[in-house]
Design a protein around this ligand. Structure first.
Ligand code: Q7Y
Ligand code: ZN
Length: 675
């Protein structure tokens, strides 16, 4: 596969409608939302790097897959209405406004989503984003709602199924509002998994629906295919969002195994937004996008929904697009654990879904306190009005640093290979340079077995070159095919500690000795996944995971990746990742590529992969992933052994006191969660 692009759909026409009368609820939905986003993409040189795809109008037939004839016919009349008629027409719906040009724009918005689906499904591009107005996710079969006229993403999901025979569509709605329109549309449909997180505050936040709570799981054959995560407090942070991805969305999404991912990409969930009042920073969207990038072979279509702070919106859009383009991810610093309220939500969602998804089979019971009591209690407190006013004032003044520029090193992947192994396309071959005499003597002393000196010295020198080039940001990632992977790993760990004092994450796949004795200073975190039982350890920096069936157990492996590895790695925040595949690791290429891809979330993509020489068949797939190609989708897999899941769960419980991102249950207080 050659490098494939990212589609960008934008048309100025969609800025050509606005609110024509006074309505405080609607005044935030302005044309500048689109121009600010697009101009930021242009300013950062991102628009130029995308494939520009033209808009089109959705046809009546396409719109009618989701909406009723009566509703479509009614909206069709709005271009001819007087101002008074438009106001009158608007009144029958909630939190939306009409304008003589909005019908045209709504057809373009839906059509943009369809153009995006076409571009991705025909392979013209790998992924893409559509910057559209009006948004879509609140609009229902026969009603406009929440600034939405036609349900762009729902229409796109139907279209993908019908035109391309897509069997399973995942819709990720990271907008801060519940896309009830999407939920209603696919409630009884098991071919569409709808995930939404949303500000809820025990039903006190708009649209105040009982069915936005986490116990709305879908109906009929669609039962289990609707996942709602309510946020019951404002001020949620990056850690809260990531926790929900690790412990809810990603396990379910991988088990669902979508052929296409659609994102209701609303950015009112970002800091500074007057609607969301959350505190997640724009760079979180780089990570959310990346974490979805290896589903469905990378086929991802993001369609703009909300986002009302123009600065926050524009930054978030840029972060999303830059990840779609495959640029290295920004490091997310100082992550804490999820707050107590987020933990309550996590626990509720996982417990209601444990009967539908095998990844949640061992989820804890729901929190012991009665949620409905809590809701009632909250309803009593009516002095909350003043509190809300204060909060809004605070949001106005919200400031956050602009995300730093994400720079791509000139070389994406550099390879250290024995001369008889060909270097794959698009990669750079690294030649070992001469080592200085001091290093040579040190290396000889500590690492060399007798008789292999020449080969090993060359390897070590090559590894040092790779590390230095990464340190200088000349290359992004490296892959070394070595004759003794264990020694090479020990060498790299020692060298990194001595020369760079970096925070290092070592992920070792397969059996063998690991540098577990070097973890005292907190700079080194070692996670080993193998079929080998290791004695119970007490260090928080050495995490040996045993899977009975080894790394070929896809479900077990994913449980480890989402439940342990990613949370640990995000919290450790390494500046270098060392990924090691020992001989006979048993890991299949598909899983290995998923792992390699996901680990590029860290250290601005600086990953050094070590592979045993006789495993040379994996050089091409590994290099492809390091170059940014999405991993192929995993084939259907069996649920993993109960005893493995229980062992992973025990490990998680042991570690969660030290690593807060591993937490997925609320403390047994039943009290008032504070954020
Ligand atoms: C719809 C939206 C779509 C609270 C007032 C309630 C609700 C406005 C609808 C929002 N301050 N306003 O943003 S993504
Ligand atoms: Zn929204």
């Amino acid at each position: 596969m050659t490098t494939m692009g990212t589609a960008l759909i934008y048309d100025e026409e969609m800025t050509k409608y606005k609110l024509l009368w006074v309505d405080p609820a609607c005044k935030i939905e302005v044309p500048e939302r689109l121009t600010a986003s697009y101009e930021a993409l242009v300013r950062n040189g991102l628009a130029d790097r995308c494939v520009s795809v033209p808009v089109r109008e959705a046809t009546d037939a396409e719109i009618l897959r989701v909406h009723s004839v009566e509703y479509l016919e009614a909206v069709k009349k709005t271009p001819y209405m007087t101002l008074e008629d438009l106001k009158e027409f608007t009144l029958q719906y909630g939190d939306v406004y009409f304008h003589p040009n909005i019908y045209h724009c709504a057809k373009l918005a839906a059509g943009s989503a369809l153009q995006l689906v076409d571009s991705v499904m025909t392979g013209k591009v790998r992924n893409g984003i559509a910057l559209v107005r009006p948004p879509g996710h609140h609009s229902m079969q026969s009603a406009a709602n929440g600034f939405c006229v036609f349900n762009n993403v729902a229409i796109a999901a139907h279209y993908a199924k019908q035109k391309y025979g897509v069997k399973r569509v995942l819709i990720v709605d990271w907008d801060i509002h519940h896309g009830q329109g999407v939920q209603y549309c696919f409630e009884d449909d098991s071919s569409v998994l709808y995930f939404s997180w949303h500000r809820y505050e025990h039903q006190k936040f708009w649209p105040n629906l009982r069915e936005s709570d986490c116990d709305s799981v879908g109906k009929g054959s669609g039962t289990g295919f609707n996942i709602n995560v309510p946020w019951n407090k404002v001020g949620m942070k990056n850690s809260d969002y990531l926790s929900v991805f690790f412990h809810v969305l990603l396990p379910a999404a991988y088990e669902f195994c979508p052929d296409l991912v659609l994102v209701c990409a609303g950015f009112d969930s970002a800091i500074g937004d007057p609607e969301g009042e959350m505190c997640a920073t724009p760079d979180i969207f780089a990570h959310l996008t990346h974490l979805l990038r290896n589903l469905a072979g990378g086929k991802l279509c993001a369609v703009l929904e909300g986002g009302y702070n123009l600065t926050s919106l524009a930054q978030s859009v840029c972060q999303t697009v830059q990840t779609l383009l495959g640029d290295p991810l920004p490091q997310l610093g100082n992550l804490s654990g999820p707050c107590e309220s987020a933990l309550e939500s996590l626990q509720c969602v996982r417990s209601v879904h444990r009967q539908y998804w095998s990844c949640f089979k061992h989820a804890a019971d729901p929190p012991s306190f009665d949620i409905s009591t809590k809701r009632a209690k909250l309803a009593e407190k009516e002095e909350e009005r003043t509190e809300i006013v204060e909060k809004e004032a605070c949001v106005e003044e919200m400031v956050w640093p602009e995300p730093p520029k994400r720079v791509s090193p000139p070389v994406r992947a550099a390879l250290l290979l024995p001369s008889h192994v060909a270097c794959p396309e698009r990669c750079q071959r690294i030649n070992a340079s001469a080592l200085d005499p001091l290093t040579v003597s040190k290396v000889k002393e500590s690492f060399l077995k007798h008789g292999e000196e020449h080969v090993a010295l060359q390897t070590f020198s090559g590894l040092i070159t790779l590390l230095e080039k990464m340190e200088n940001n000349e290359i992004c990632s490296g892959l070394a095919l070595v004759s003794d992977v264990t020694t090479a790993m020990m060498f790299v760990v020692h060298h990194v500690a001595a020369a760079f004092r970096k925070r290092l994450l070592v992920v070792c796949v397969g059996k063998g000795k690991v540098p577990s004795h070097l973890t005292e200073d907190g700079n080194l975190l070692v996670v080993q996944i193998s079929s080998e039982h290791t004695d119970e350890q007490t260090s928080k920096y050495y995490v040996p995971v045993c899977l009975k069936k080894g790394c070929s157990d896809t479900a077990g492996f994913l449980q480890v990746v989402f439940g342990l590895l990613l949370p640990l790695a995000y919290e450790h925040n390494p500046s270098l990742v060392l990924l090691v595949r020992t001989a006979e690791s048993g890991v299949c290429d598909g899983m290995w590529q998923q792992l390699t891809g996901m680990l590029q979330s860290f250290a601005q993509g600086h990953t050094l992969v070590l592979v045993q020489e006789d495993d040379k068949a994996c050089v091409i797939p590994t290099a492809s992933t390091l170059l940014g190609d999405p991993a192929p989708p995993l084939e259907h897999f069996e649920a993993s052994l109960s005893e493995d899941l229980e062992a992973v769960e025990r490990l998680r419980q042991r570690l969660q006191a030290d690593w807060k991102l591993l937490q997925m249950t609320a403390p047994e207080s039943g009290g008032t969660a504070e954020c």
